[in-house]
Design a protein around this ligand. Structure first.
Ligand SMILES: C[S@@+](CC[C@H](N)C(=O)[O-])C[C@H]1O[C@@H](n2cnc3c(N)ncnc32)[C@H](O)[C@@H]1O
Length: 218
């Protein structure tokens, strides 16, 4: 089965440009080999870097491409797929991507990572991983309020908090912008969040997820 970079590269209606960021050296080498096996490889630029650093180069490059057309009037359509293992993608990175006029987002929101790290963070003010993930310390009061209601309520409250931060940046508020994935014990381990500043983007997403089946997860 193809991973997301290869799916993006080989899709029927191809992207003009792909910016692929992978920090791990072994993973990067494998990615590079696979991308170069495609006849569309010249469309892809690869970065062996922390995504929270590479985002500046990527956003600047998209800004340059926009200028080649009618600057500010006819911007490129962009889709960022943020697929970390845990909480590696900082809010600052999401915010930089969202600064582009037309930037849809698909975010793999690690609910298991959040709940695990939130517990560590409330007992340790210096543990800032979750603060960087949300881009604020305000999640702490949301967490405290939900905590007594059990893990499902905590997950819901923290996802809603994240969504509210996306809405504050101009993303459309909708009830159907998530797809949750559970493990074999029926525990939600991650939620795929889709965000668009356009109702049409949400419509496309709703059409696409109807065909998505629950993957087999351990
Ligand atoms: C869930 S995997 C991505 C899988 C990929 N989307 C696919 O479909 O094949 C997450 C990847 O993110 C990489 N990673 C972790 N932290 C990162 C960071 N800060 N910047 C860039 N890549 C990172 C990991 O090495 C890992 O290969």
């Amino acid at each position: 089965m193809l991973g997301s970079p290869l799916l993006a590269l080989t899709t029927r209606f191809p992207f003009d440009n792909l910016f692929l960021v992978e920090m791990g050296i072994d993973e990067f080498n494998a990615l590079e080999t696979r991308v170069h096996a495609s006849e569309r490889d010249s469309r892809a630029v690869l970065y062996n870097e922390d995504c929270n650093v590479a985002v500046d180069t990527v956003v600047a490059r998209i800004g340059q491409i926009d200028k080649e057309f009618i600057d500010g009037i006819w911007p490129c359509l962009n889709l960022a797929f943020l697929d970390p293992e845990g909480l590696e993608v900082e809010w600052q990175t999401v915010k930089k991507l969202a600064s582009l006029q037309r930037m849809d987002l698909i975010i793999n929101f690690s609910t298991s990572g959040i709940t695990r790290n939130a517990r560590l963070a409330v007992d340790n003010e210096d543990f800032t991983t979750v603060d960087c993930f949300f881009g604020t310390r305000d999640w702490r009061s949301v967490y405290e309020r939900a905590r007594g209601g059990g893990s499902a309520l905590v997950r819901r409250a923290l996802i809603d908090f994240y969504l509210s931060r996306l809405h504050d940046m101009g993303y459309v508020e909708t009830k159907r912008q998530e797809k949750e994935f559970k493990n074999q014990r029926n525990v939600q381990i991650y939620t795929m969040i889709f965000a668009s500043k356009s109702d049409l983007g949400i419509k496309f997403w709703n059409g696409a997820v109807e065909e998505v089946r629950q993957p087999r997860l351990l």
